[in-house]
Each structure stands twice: as C-alpha cells, then as structure tokens.
Write a protein that binds this ligand. Structure first.
Ligand SMILES: O=C[C@H](O)COP(=O)(O)O
Length: 251
C-alpha cells in the first residue's frame, strides 16, 4: 500500500519532506476550498521543489463542476506546474456519462503534455449527501476515460469516515472492480490507523490521509506532524505484513 499525504501548503509540505522516508506521494490541495480543493500553480511548483525528487507530487484539481473544458484546462495547469498525479473530484457530475466526459478531457489534456502522468478519477463515499455519481461507478468511469486510478474520498469533512458511508465489504468491491479494470484503487476519507487493517485486507493500493497525521487529529486547525506520519506508516506496514503472511498461510 502506498501512503499519500495531503499538506495544505508549502510549510506543511516541508514537514512532509522531513518525513519523506515514511510516505510515497505528496498531495497538494487547498482544504479550505473543499475536500479536493485546488491550490495555486505556484504552490504546486514550490512544493515540487521542496520535496525529494523521488517522491511524486500529486495535485487536486478541485471538487469540479460538470464543465469538461474548464476542468481539462485546470488539470493541464496542475501538470504544467509539476504534479505527476492529477486528482479530479467529480463533485458536479450527476451521471457516469458526465463523469466520463470530464475525465476524458482531463486524460487528454494531461497526457498530451506528459504521457507518463497518472490521472486519478475521484468520487465521494458520501455521494448520497451531494448528489454525485455512485461510489461503485468510479472504477468503470476511470476505465472508460483512460484514467489510471479510481478513488473515493469524503466530500463533507464533518468527522464521518469512509467506512461510515461505504462499508468495508463495499470498498472491497470497489477495489475488485478497479483491479479487474487494470487500475489502482485509492481510498481516503478521515481514515484513521484503526481502519488500516481493513484497508490492507481488501488490497487497497493507495491510502490518502490528512487529519490522522495532523496535530490533534484536526485536519483544519492542526498541522501535519512528521512523527505522526512515521507512526501511521509503521502501523500501515504492520498490517500489510500481517495480511501478506495470512495470505501465504491460506494458500
Ligand atoms: O486525499 C486525502 C484527503 O486529503 C484525506 O483527508 P482526511 O484524511 O483529512 O479526510
């Protein structure tokens, strides 16, 4: 499992850089603009310069409306600024067809510029609260649009967790569908260390975290703490090892 951590700006990215050995992807976002709020191009550039070159920088393009041209141009902006993972929150897409149209534009805009960039189509575990596409539709949306990964996060950060909205067995189906389509499966949404056992068991590829590695577990008022990143990573690796060992015993 890969660990993606979301700093809110350059200062927190520097804290991530101090914990770089414990994380895999630095994800630039602007949490005060939403769950997948987009940050400024110059912030992406500064963060790219601040984190070790071997760590991919991801950028969120926003909780986007159903405006395929606008979103494609914004995604290109993130790629030009140095992000190699481009994450799009399909907030304003009410049907899979709309979501596929938006993501096709993103894939073309980003990969024309940088063929090796990695495009992530993200839906929301609490889609029922905002009226966007069903979580289990995401793997097929990602596949049809040529994206590289399907993701779920929570849209409303009110303390409810991924598993409160999409129980582990449904997340397992999400991961299965993503893998069957040849995609990576990424899961986030107030994920805590207590969720890591299930996330490892269902073979999640990427776990996205912010609140759990912030001071006081507070994604808004707290700041990312390198020692919390290290502790979270240690717990994650422990679960991955345990599930790998269990799989060997069963086989
Ligand atoms: O992509 C990851 C999200 O930023 C997760 O944030 P959170 O753990 O505070 O819900």
């Amino acid at each position: 499992m890969l660990l993606l951590i979301s700093p809110d700006g350059v200062d927190e990215a520097l804290d991530c850089a101090k914990a770089a050995e414990h994380l895999d992807i630095v994800d630039v976002k602007k949490p005060d603009e939403g769950s997948l709020g987009a940050n400024y191009p110059w912030v992406i550039r500064e963060i790219r310069a601040a984190v070790p070159a071997d760590k991919p920088v991801s950028a969120t393009v926003g909780d986007v409306p159903y405006k395929p041209g606008t979103v494609a141009q914004a995604a290109l902006g993130a790629a030009v600024s140095g992000a190699t993972y481009i994450k799009v929150g399909l907030y304003g897409c009410g049907t899979p067809e709309q979501a596929v149209e938006v993501m096709r534009g993103v894939v073309r805009a980003v990969k024309d510029h940088r063929p090796d960039a990695f495009v992530v189509a993200s839906g929301y575990a609490d889609a029922h609260r905002i009226g966007c596409v069903n979580p289990l539709a995401l793997p097929d949306i990602a596949r049809r649009s040529g994206s590289d990964a399907a993701m779920l996060d929570t849209a409303i950060k009110d303390g409810t967790r991924l598993f409160d909205h999409v129980p582990p067995d449904v997340c397992a189906e999400f991961v299965r569908r993503a893998h069957d389509a040849g995609l990576l499966a990424a899961l986030a949404g107030s994920v805590g260390s207590g969720d890591l056992g299930e996330l490892a068991r269902i073979q999640t590829d990427i776990v996205g975290v912010r609140g759990a590695v912030c001071e006081g577990g507070d994604r808004n008022a707290g700041r990312i703490q390198p020692h919390l990143v290290a502790a979270f990573r240690a717990e994650m690796d422990r679960h991955v090892r345990e599930h790998a060992a269990a799989a060997v015993v069963q086989s």
